[in-house]
Design a binder for this molecule. Structure first.
Ligand SMILES: Nc1ncnc2c1ncn2[C@@H]1O[C@H](COP(=O)(O)OP(=O)(O)OP(=O)(O)O)[C@@H](O)[C@H]1O
Ligand SMILES: [Mg+2]
Length: 215
């Protein structure tokens, strides 16, 4: 007897380094889904609710080395828990699509691979936060960190993570690629050096493949 695969949650996360095009592509996918009549909640991490946005302000400003890595991990997870309980789960329960700019894979890449928090510690702490919920689809926008940081700088973005050393950003890119390779069912890696339109086409193809009802 074959056990049917679980239905993926209509919860799509966008991941990738600085300036990869996450925010640009979320806007395009939102338009695309809404054009089909879908109800879409668009949100971001860290943040997404007033309290989680207050935690975000602590994370994205100040000195690059401001936070102890485990303390930083706990702040991200505290913000995520609040976001899940107050915004994401209620929206999914109402039958809406939820598109989220960054999520747990960013914790794995930024606090795990770049800052050295052990993967087992992150998974152990994340389990009670997530309570088994997992994104139905994760789109990993991949490009060399130099290119992404140049885009972010051209936009005038000089937040705390943008000021991390290049080696951190290289480790982050590799971590996202490893996550994508390790979880091919959930994750799709997309070449983010293509034009925004070409990336949007690849995103829409991935969404239709994972959620045939979206078409
Ligand atoms: N495919 C693309 N090619 C060239 N430029 C792009 C592309 N996608 C987005 N951009 C531009 O690059 C900049 C960064 O894009 P965007 O804000 O969408 O990235 P992001 O991943 O959300 O960045 P951050 O991590 O800083 O939030 C913007 O100025 C955007 O207009
Ligand atoms: Mg963005």
């Amino acid at each position: 007897m074959t056990i049917p695969a679980p239905v993926p949650a209509r919860f799509i996360t966008f991941e990738g380094g600085e300036g990869a095009g996450k925010t640009t592509q979320i806007a395009a996918l939102t338009d695309h889904l809404r054009a089909t009549g879908a109800t879409v909640t668009v949100t971001r991490e860290p943040g997404g609710t007033p309290d989680a946005e207050a935690i975000r302000a602590l994370l994205v400003s100040g000195e690059a080395g401001r936070w102890d890595p485990l303390a930083e991990t706990l702040l991200h997870l505290a913000a995520r828990r609040q976001h899940l309980q107050r915004l994401i789960r209620p929206a999914l329960d109402r039958g809406e699509w939820v598109l989220c700019d960054r999520f747990l894979d960013s914790t794995r890449a930024y606090q795990g691979a770049a800052q050295g928090v052990a993967p087992a510690v992150i998974e152990h702490l994340a389990a009670p936060v997530m309570e088994g919920l997992e994104p139905g689809l994760t789109l990993i926008l991949d490009l060399p960190p130099e290119a992404g940081l140049a885009r972010a700088a051209a936009r005038g973005d000089t937040g705390r993570y943008e000021r991390w050393p290049l080696a951190h950003h290289q480790a982050i890119r590799q971590a996202f690629l490893d996550i994508g390779a390790g979880e091919p069912q959930r994750c799709q890696v997309i070449d983010a050096q293509q034009s925004p339109e070409a990336v949007a086409t690849a995103v829409w193809q991935a969404v239709q493949q994972r959620f045939p009802e979206a078409a």
